[in-house]
Design a protein around this ligand. Structure first.
Ligand SMILES: Nc1ncnc2c1ncn2[C@@H]1O[C@H](COP(=O)(O)OP(=O)(O)OP(=O)(O)O)[C@@H](O)[C@H]1O
Ligand SMILES: [Mg+2]
Length: 351
């Protein structure tokens, strides 16, 4: 007769959020909870595990436990129905009552996909930062050696080298500022911005900051603002950073002697986000961006042409920051481009 504790145990197994499977001496599935149905093929009941879960390492581990080992752990990556990484623990039963029902091994699955992903991202990030800082530092070291040795008494070379040293150190400083700014936005991402900000004012301020750079490239900044754009709840500094990054990119990667167009209007439902939004579209003429690059542009350090972007002083962090700030504002960033014609970056901010 089932005791209260048996009933509790069987409910616990059923309700357990991770997959749990019991195997008998012949490696047949004698119990699988609801969560396990997602990893097993249909028709698993009472059949050899190999018929519903074909992962050789796991089957070998199950055999080892059935044949007397106390515990085996196996990490597996599955690609269907969705890619994920699982840690599977297989434990031998020592409970005679359970063995009477035929169960000798308990398999528990733990989904470690997000930990694996976070670890991978952390490693990539550290590798990227080190790599990006190494090249300016290597060039500084090289120059210092040259100035101490062969170019010691050459005032002309000294001038040239000092100017390169200036550029390289500024690039490093900018990169560190960008990294700090990224981590600041990441920490504040959960708190909703509270200030009332007027995006038109911010765009006017951005214009003043960047008009000189546009003139250097004989480019014009055209503004096209709808009347009566209301204020929205936002973070002034963060939104300034978004507009500066996007307009700076439009100038940097636009064709010389063309116009950059900045349009602000009201847009209704954007994708899954219902309600009214302010849409700020920044459009340039230029080479544009091939479709396969578009989804990757907001990754940290991602640049289409590393050499060109470096020459222009870029670190590849600008759009990563933009994306975080926009999502902090519960908004959306959309990127459209036709190769050979130009690109449009549109920020949608909910009202
Ligand atoms: N308007 C644009 N037209 C074409 N390519 C663009 C445009 N904006 C961005 N890109 C591409 O996207 C890449 C990433 O942009 P992002 O702003 O993140 O970095 P960056 O401009 O190289 O450096 P940073 O902004 O950190 O100074 C750029 O290197 C460039 O290749
Ligand atoms: Mg940029």
């Amino acid at each position: 007769m089932a005791t209260a504790i048996d009933t509790f145990n069987s409910h616990l197994l059923k309700a357990f959020p991770d997959p749990v499977i019991l195997l008998n001496r012949s490696r047949e599935v004698v119990f699988a909870n609801q969560a396990a149905l997602e990893v097993l093929d249909a028709q698993y009941d009472g059949r050899d595990l190999a018929l519903s879960f074909r992962v050789p390492d796991v089957l070998a581990a199950a055999d080892a436990v059935i044949n007397g080992e106390a515990l085996r752990e196996v990490d597996v990556s599955l690609s269907v129905p969705v890619p994920r990484n699982l840690k599977i623990r297989i434990v031998r039963f020592v409970d005679p009552a359970a063995e009477k029902d035929g169960a000798v091994a308990l398999m528990v699955f733990q989904d470690i996909s997000s930990e694996t992903l976070a670890e991978q991202m952390r490693q990539d990030f550290v590798a990227n930062v080190s790599h990006e800082l190494r090249s300016p530092i290597a060039s500084l070291i090289g120059i210092i050696e040259t100035l101490q040795g062969p170019a010691k008494d050459d005032p002309e070379a000294r001038e040239r080298f000092l100017s390169i040293m200036g550029d390289e150190s500024q690039r490093m400083a900018r990169m560190i500022d960008d990294l700090l700014s990224l981590s600041r936005v990441e920490t504040s991402e959960r708190l909703r911005p509270q200030e009332q900000v007027n995006v038109i004012d911010l765009l006017e301020m951005t214009r003043e900051l960047l008009v000189g750079r546009a003139e250097e490239r004989k480019m014009e900044l055209e503004f096209d603002f709808a009347a009566d754009i209301p204020a929205l709840a936002g973070d002034r500094d963060e939104l300034m950073e978004v507009f500066q990054n996007l307009i700076d990119n439009a100038i940097k990667y636009g064709r010389e002697a063309t116009a950059v167009n900045i349009q602000v209007k009201i847009a209704e439902n954007i994708g899954e986000n219902e309600g009214r939004h302010i849409a700020i579209a920044i459009k340039n003429e230029g080479d544009g961006i091939a479709a396969d690059h578009i989804p990757r542009l907001t990754e940290r350090f991602y640049r289409i042409d590393k050499g060109r972007s470096r020459k222009l002083g870029g670190t590849g962090l600008g759009l990563a920051i933009v994306k975080h700030i926009v999502s902090h504002h519960r908004g959306q960033l959309s990127i459209d481009s036709t190769v050979g014609e130009g690109a449009t970056f549109t920020v949608y901010l909910p009202l």
